[in-house]
Design a protein around this ligand. Structure first.
Ligand code: HEC
Ligand code: HEC
Length: 89
């Protein structure tokens, strides 16, 4: 989850990725932001890379902002854990 607002950022595309302005290995200390996860430096073959893997470029495919909103659909599910088992062996 992304704990900060993202709606003012430009769309991530070939020309730019604003997320990396703050979260890349080169910038995170200056921006006081957490560095992208260690797993982001490993490619699909398991090789360690010095830069983030291209497969991680589209950050928002996995990371989504947190919203404080009521659920879109009410959930009427009621647990039934106390019911006695009717199964007989
Ligand atoms: C202007 C700098 C900046 C930009 C741009 C930015 N972030 Fe962040 N991000 C931060 C900071 C600072 C934090 C630390 C938490 C906080 O204080 O909000 C953070 C926290 C996070 C975290 C939580 C990390 C953790 O350890 O829990 C995620 C995930 C994240 N950002 C993803 C993104 C994504 C994806 C984008 C692009 C859409 C983005 N950020 C753009 C500065 C930035
Ligand atoms: C394929 C899914 C995926 C993509 C794409 C991805 N992430 Fe992550 N990210 C994760 C997962 C899962 C974690 C937590 C485990 C880990 O650190 O690998 C994480 C962790 C993080 C953290 C926290 C690291 C820490 O040490 O707490 C930050 C910051 C972050 N990602 C930023 C980004 C940014 C910025 C991008 C885009 C450049 C990005 N991620 C792309 C899945 C993804």
């Amino acid at each position: 989850m992304i704990p900060h607002a993202v709606e003012n950022f430009d769309e991530i595309n070939l020309d730019g990725n604003q997320c990396m302005d703050c979260h890349s290995g080169a910038t995170y200390q200056k921006k006081k932001a957490p560095k992208i996860g260690d797993s982001h430096f490993i490619d699909r073959q398991g090789n360690k890379l010095t830069e983030a893997s291209a497969s991680r470029y589209n950050c928002v495919q996995c990371h989504v902002p947190q919203v404080d909103a009521p659920p879109l659909v009410d959930n009427t599910f009621k647990g039934d854990a106390a019911r006695k088992s009717v199964r007989k062996n």
